[in-house]
Design a protein around this ligand. Structure first.
Ligand SMILES: Nc1ncnc2c1ncn2[C@@H]1O[C@H](COP(=O)(O)OP(=O)(O)O)[C@@H](O)[C@H]1O
Ligand SMILES: [Mg+2]
Length: 369
């Protein structure tokens, strides 16, 4: 690192709806710079992964179990922080703050709450670095969806008014339309249903490179049944998660198909891929018609079958954020480093035009080092 340059290091930590692991970046955010200095990922231990998934649904002794899962997650976060500091050769004391998203287990903005499992005090204690957490609640309190949080960051990093849109392909797909005003909303599932389906049928956490989906054929009857979901027809801003798009949701629609017309498991996987692709492309056509280029990021950007299908379906060019200097895997974590800085500097980063809130709010809650 150049000794004559003053850097302003922040760490961002993200564990998304896929519940696959923790992605972290250490970034230099000095004077409007947004530059990744180091990145690291950690797969969640199986026990914690299963517990976090279980905590998405009501169950016994939830409060104590959630507290224990939060502590275990904070320990994973602390491991990623140590890895980042080692890579960058920085002492903890140099880092201004960590933005730690936590693991969403409930998202019910219409009922006035959103819950991310997290133990920011424990992370601050173990890392010796201040932590900003609970990024969504204040926006929800102001009548917003509390999501998506990343559009302001996308605008800062990828620029506005050039016909670009950022598409994050995590468990859920969300789109940021880089127009004035910036807009952002979920389009529906990206990988979440495919992950759940391959876990049930092949005991694999995800469909590596989309090979299983490529072996199946889209089942038109099932696709049509899935597309009748009213959520797809709602106008943005809107957000969703595991509360809606679960295996139970899929099973109900599979069970309603005529008796002799049940698709094979691989055909269901192919159909779920098509559902993600078609709902994304349809959203771009209807709600972002001026888009000239879609910049994909998140785990789905590494699935060649998903990307090829998307390139065919979209009415515009498809690339990844790598083409603009941010590795697809780092974008979400980098956003939380940026959001932590926005909190520390007292800048509102939840955009009311995006979340539907009554006014802009400062995202997050601060835990000193
Ligand atoms: N090589 C790959 N082939 C297919 N899918 C992949 C690949 N790499 C990652 N993924 C998908 O990306 C998901 C993780 O993406 P991520 O951006 O971390 O999502 P989230 O923010 O929801 O955690 C995995 O669950 C998997 O479905
Ligand atoms: Mg992930």
């Amino acid at each position: 690192m150049a000794p004559d340059r003053v850097i302003e290091p922040y760490i961002g930590l993200m564990s998304g709806t896929s519940t696959d692991g923790v992605d972290g970046v250490l970034a230099d955010l000095a004077d409007g710079t947004i530059r990744v200095l180091a990145s690291a990922s950690l797969a969640l231990p199986d026990g914690l992964r299963h517990e976090l998934l279980a905590l998405n649904a009501p169950g016994p002794d939830e409060l104590a179990r959630a507290a224990q899962a939060a502590n275990a997650l904070a320990d994973c976060y602390a491991t990623v922080v140590r890895d980042l500091l080692t890579q960058a050769g920085l002492p903890a004391a140099r880092v201004r703050a960590i933005g730690a998203h936590g693991q969403t287990v409930r998202h019910a903005p219409e009922s006035g709450y959103t819950i991310q499992i997290n133990a920011p005090a424990r992370l601050a204690e173990h890392a010796g670095i201040a932590v900003v957490a609970d990024f969504r609640s204040r926006d929800v309190a102001a009548g917003g969806q509390g999501a998506p949080l990343v559009p302001a960051f996308h605008a800062a990093r990828f620029g506005c008014g050039e016909g670009r849109a950022v598409l994050n392909l995590g468990g859920i797909a969300n789109l940021t339309v880089l127009e004035d005003p910036v807009r952002g909303f979920d389009t529906g599932p990206a990988n979440m249903l495919m992950d759940a389906w391959i876990l049930r049928h092949r005991n694999q956490p995800y469909d590596q490179d989309g090979t299983w989906a490529a072996q199946g054929r889209c089942h038109d009857g099932l696709l049509a049944a899935l597309l009748t979901e009213p959520w797809f027809g709602l106008a943005p801003p809107k957000s969703t998660g595991r509360d809606l798009f679960s295996l139970a949701w899929l099973d109900a629609r599979l069970d309603a198909l005529p008796g002799g017309d049940r698709p094979q498991a691989a055909d269901v996987q192919a159909t779920l891929l098509r559902l993600s692709v078609d709902t994304i492309a349809d959203t771009v056509r209807r709600h972002a018609p001026n888009t000239r280029e879609v910049l994909a990021c998140g785990g789905g950007a590494r699935n060649p079958v998903f990307m090829a299908a998307l390139a065919r379906a979209l009415p515009c060019t498809l690339t990844t954020t790598d083409a603009y200097g941010v590795p697809a895997q780092d974008v979400e974590a980098l956003a939380f480093a940026w959001l932590a800085q926005a909190h520390v500097q007292g800048r509102p980063a939840c955009l009311p035009a995006v979340t539907g809130a009554r006014h802009a709010t400062i995202a997050g809650c601060f835990y000193p080092a």
